[in-house]
Ligand binder design. Structure first.
Ligand SMILES: [Zn+2]
Length: 68
C-alpha cells in the first residue's frame, strides 16, 4: 500500500497532532519536495527543502512541516 500509507497518531515535538478541522488524531504521511514552480512565488530560502505532509485520515486536511 505505497499509494496511501497507514494512518496513525503523530506527535510533533512531543505534542500529539490533532486535526483543527475535524478533531481527528490519525494521519498518514507523505514527503514533498518544496522546489515546485509554484513555490518560487514565495522566494523563500527553504524553497528546496523537503517538507513532511501529515494528511488527516478523516477530512483530508494537510498539515505541512518543514524540518529546520
Ligand atoms: Zn480532519
Amino acid at each position: 500500500m505505497k499509494e496511501k500509507p497507514e494512518a496513525k497518531q503523530r506527535s510533533i515535538n512531543g505534542n500529539t497532532l490533532e486535526c483543527p478541522v475535524c478533531k481527528n488524531d490519525t494521519f498518514w504521511m507523505r514527503k514533498t519536495l518544496m522546489n515546485t514552480k509554484g513555490m518560487t512565488f514565495f522566494k523563500l530560502d527553504w524553497a528546496n527543502k523537503e517538507a513532511q505532509n501529515y494528511v488527516c485520515d478523516s477530512c483530508g486536511y494537510v498539515h505541512w512541516f518543514i524540518q529546520p
